[in-house]
Ligand binder design. Structure first.
Ligand code: FMN
Length: 188
């Protein structure tokens, strides 16, 4: 996991999975690495349904803010996937790890234990910390909650992170925030 930059703690990646009728899906997920144990906690979602029917998932390591927002709040266009031995991964991933999944089902949240099968590193970039990028990730998490609960507190948090994007982000981060506001719909 170290070679892929997956260290102790939670790494924000984009999970790709496939439905029984072969439709690829992408959604951001927090990949937990706790003393070598790899798992993800998944709320009821398309990702969970897909893993339940086919217990395989790829963790795509991505540095594109727009892709995080799009996959969190909407669908990713089919042309952004490529298939490796019949399984979808993201073309723009810096790398990906394919996992076999063992799902402990819960009522609202399930714990999915992950065993690596194989992986690929497409690029090794230097990625200096950008607060704007990190702020898009934080805003996206609050946005996924806002679309479910429609509570004002999430909007306030999104606005706070947007102020950091405006200050520290580049064109990609600003575009991602524009898409985020579009996808969460009108505010209450
Ligand atoms: C950075 C980030 C991390 C996320 N991590 C998780 C997670 O660990 N577990 C989870 O269930 N949802 C997580 N989400 C929310 C899902 O990505 C979101 O609910 C998504 O719409 C699920 O899509 P799906 O129905 O296509 O699977 C995260 C969202 C973001 C933006």
């Amino acid at each position: 996991m170290d070679d892929f930059g997956i260290h102790d703690g939670i790494s924000e990646v984009i999970f790709t999975t496939i439905s029984p009728d072969g439709i690829p899906n992408a959604a951001p997920m927090g990949l937990h690495n706790k003393e070598g144990r790899l798992f993800v906690r998944i709320y009821n979602s398309k990702t969970l349904e897909n893993i339940t029917s086919k217990p395989v998932a790829a963790a795509n390591i991505v540095d594109e803010p727009v892709l995080f927002v799009q996959s969190a709040l909407s669908d990713v266009e089919p042309e952004r996937f490529e298939f490796v031995e019949g399984f979808p991964v993201l073309k723009d991933a810096m790398g990906w790890i394919l996992f076999e999944c063992k799902c402990k089902k819960g009522e609202n949240i399930s714990v999915v234990e992950l065993s690596p099968i194989k992986g690929k590193i497409n690029t090794r970039k230097l990625l200096p910390v950008n607060r704007g990028f990190n702020a898009v990730i934080e805003a996206s998490i609050h946005a996924t909650r806002y679309v479910v609960f429609r509570e004002q507190e999430y909007i306030e948090r999104i606005e706070y992170y947007n102020s950091i994007v405006k200050k520290c982000g580049g064109a990609r981060e600003k575009e991602a925030m524009g898409l985020l506001y579009e996808l969460i719909g009108p505010k209450k």
